[in-house]
Design a binder for this molecule. Structure first.
Ligand SMILES: NC(=O)C1=CN([C@@H]2O[C@H](COP(=O)(O)OP(=O)(O)OC[C@H]3O[C@@H](n4cnc5c(N)ncnc54)[C@H](OP(=O)(O)O)[C@@H]3O)[C@@H](O)[C@H]2O)C=CC1
Ligand SMILES: O=C1O[C@H](COP(=O)(O)O)[C@@H](O)[C@H](O)[C@H]1O
Length: 593
């Protein structure tokens, strides 16, 4: 197995050395051969040994710089942030002459589920990899009464070192925890954030102070926190950025209202709307796959692609999150954001560069070219309880925080269309569900049948079985594989299907970073490519809002499916309407990489 060429961050980054890498030498690596059908061993050029430094991890932007160096970012953000500085915070740390920078990361809602599960562990992983600047402080902010010590105890159990690099794990955890602090306060109180600001300033000293606020709180208090933090705790001499968690509203109107509310206190370029699916390794790889391989881009259109499937499934229900979920449902929770974002990345025209705005410009064009969703192209379901093997599986409505008569879909399948020249007539099928038989997320690209095929007879009557299919398995067990037809060795002429398989666990002996690590680091670096711009958000809601309203107005009952099943049968009829079969239902062993 070869060493991975993934960018890691093993060396500490000084506050003045975080700059983008440029012209890198080429190294080489061999693609591992696997038994069965796999790429045969071949030497390929890879991007070189920049892997051990965060300073150059983000060489994504080709010629145009989208990730500024720390110094550049600091200077430009300081200029931008100056406009936003409130008198209160300006008096705290303005007028510095130091060129050293520091980053203060405040997790608002630090006592919550997401903070514990994802944000603190991701921050530690970045620290462990040497990706955080030399000077940084992490603050937790919430109403719960906690001390620095109790916060540290709370998060210490969630910190893990990468399986492949356990060196000094305990020491690093301890060092990280020493840089974590807590401030209890009220979300809508400027005084609370003013006090927090004073504490941040004590740690920042006379350095250029960059401040990142992560709003890991329920959406109804996003604007309160944006107001109080920006008025009372903005940086006076560095940048101030705010990461906003989903949901960004529940329809076009509420989303626009949220955007208006945030923009009263923040400029668009201070707002980082997070969609953590964009931070997943294989979603990041989508553009690389397409735009750096000549074999794919020419095929990427209606001419060769028969349909595209975007599939999300979870093998557990809404356990613990029913209260939130019931107000949103699976369409808002997964389709309108995660799956649609992947679709936009998948289908966009080649961007002018890898610059954030160039990419987001192309994504928004895709969204605006899409046909508004039609209720006839939608199937909704809800899981019901049942008993299997002596185990009782609950129904969605068994959740105490969910009304007994809830019609909220926990499953949905939809057919979407992009009415542009590239994709005219190609169904993009989405399927998302909770409490299904498996957990996974994948993109399946089914190619057209081979015309006038010489081997038609060998394929048998079911041409679909012989269609080429490219599968990008986002999770778990990340892989990219292409199903091809080949001859079974021997004197006869029997055809077989095999996978050309890039299976990450075999190819790379490194753990894949969590999406939140990438996105947090991007926000610190000012890289906005993977965050949602407000016009993208508007376009995404414009697509789904009429459908959601109709669904709710007509009180459409979801088709019930047993917990742990493959979901409602209606999803198959929907696909069949477009002559499509869901690829994930194939019983072929080949799907198991
Ligand atoms: N959890 C997850 O897996 C995911 C969550 N998200 C989003 O991330 C954000 C945070 O999620 P999560 O951590 O699960 O949320 P929580 O419900 O755990 O809330 C986070 C914190 O906010 C405070 N809080 C909770 N309810 C209220 C309220 N009604 N009024 C004021 N403060 C409140 C609590 O802190 P205290 O009482 O101490 O102030 C709580 O610890 C949400 O926007 C969610 O939609 C997105 C994707 C996945
Ligand atoms: O945003 C959300 O995502 C999670 C699934 O995320 P994953 O990274 O674990 O695949 C989902 O469970 C949750 O309902 C949704 O809000």
């Amino acid at each position: 197995m070869e060493q991975a060429m993934m960018a890691g961050c093993a060396q500490a980054v000084s506050s003045s050395s975080l700059s983008r890498g440029s012209g890198a030498e080429l190294g080489s690596s061999r693609v591992a051969s696997r038994s069965g059908a796999a790429f045969s061993p071949v030497t390929v050029a890879v991007k070189p040994k920049q892997r051990n430094s965060c300073a150059v991890r983000a060489t994504v932007s080709g010629g145009k710089s989208s990730v500024q160096s720390y110094d550049e970012a600091t200077k430009s953000a300081a200029r931008a942030a100056m406009d936003d500085v409130s008198p209160k915070s300006a008096s705290l740390n303005g007028g510095t002459t130091s060129t050293e920078t520091t980053v203060s990361i405040t997790v608002v809602g630090a006592s919550g589920d997401l903070a514990k599960k994802k944000i603190f562990p991701a921050l530690f992983a970045l620290y462990y990899e040497g990706c955080l600047p030399e000077h940084f402080t992490v603050f937790g902010f919430a109403r719960s009464k906690m001390t620095d010590e109790t916060l540290r105890e709370m998060i210490s159990g969630t910190l893990t070192c990468r399986i492949d690099q356990r060196e000094n794990c305990g020491d690093k955890q301890e060092a990280f925890l020493k840089r974590c602090f807590y401030h209890a306060g009220q979300y809508s109180s400027e005084d609370s954030f003013g006090e927090l600001s004073k504490k941040l300033h004590e740690h920042e000293g006379d350095r250029v102070a960059n401040r990142l606020f992560y709003l890991s709180i329920p959406p109804d208090i996003f604007v309160d926190v944006a107001r109080s933090s920006s008025l009372a705790a903005s940086s006076a001499n560095g940048w101030t950025r705010v990461i906003v968690e989903k949901p960004f509203g529940r329809d076009s109107e509420s989303s626009a209202e949220l955007t208006r509310g945030l923009k009263k206190y923040l400029k668009e370029d201070q707002i980082y709307r997070i969609d953590h699916y964009l931070g997943k390794e294989l979603v990041e790889n989508l553009s690389v796959l397409r735009f750096s391989n000549l074999v794919f881009e020419p095929l990427w259109s209606r001419q060769y692609i028969r349909n595209v499937q975007l599939i999300f499934s979870e093998d557990f229900g809404t356990e613990g999150r029913g209260g939130y979920f019931d107000n949103y449902g699976i369409i808002r929770d997964i389709m309108q954001n995660h799956l649609l974002q992947i679709l936009a990345l998948f289908a966009m025209e080649p961007p002018v560069s890898l610059d954030a705005e160039d990419i987001r410009n192309e994504k928004v064009k895709v969204l605006r070219s899409m046909r508004v969703l039609d209720i006839d192209n939608l199937v909704v379901g809800q899981y019901k309880g049942h008993t299997r093997g002596g185990v009782n599986y609950p129904a969605y409505t068994d959740d105490k925080t969910v009304p007994n008569n809830s019609l909220t879909p926990t499953f949905a399948a939809a057919a979407l269309f992009i009415d542009n020249a590239r994709w005219d007539g190609v169904p993009f099928l989405m399927k998302a569900g909770k409490a299904l038989h498996m957990k996974g997320a994948e993109i399946r690209v089914q190619f057209r049948h081979v015309p006038g095929n010489l081997y038609k007879r060998s394929f048998g009557t079911d041409l679909d079985l012989a269609t080429n299919e490219l599968v990008i398995r986002v999770q778990p067990d990340e892989a990219i594989y292409l199903k091809i037809n080949n001859k079974v060795p021997g004197l006869g002429m029997r055809l077989d299907r095999s996978n050309l398989n890039l299976h990450y666990a075999d190819r790379y002996n490194r753990e894949i970073p969590d999406a939140y690590e990438r996105l947090l680091l991007d926000a610190i670096e000012g890289e906005r490519r993977l965050f949602i711009r407000s016009d993208e958000l508007d376009a995404a809601w414009a697509l789904f809002t009429p459908l959601l309203k109709e669904l709710e107005k007509r009180k459409i009952s979801p088709e019930l499916y047993p917990y742990g099943s493959r979901g409602p049968v209606g999803a198959h009829y929907l696909a069949a309407k477009y002559n499509v079969r869901w690829g994930d239902n194939s019983s072929e062993a080949l799907d198991i990489a």
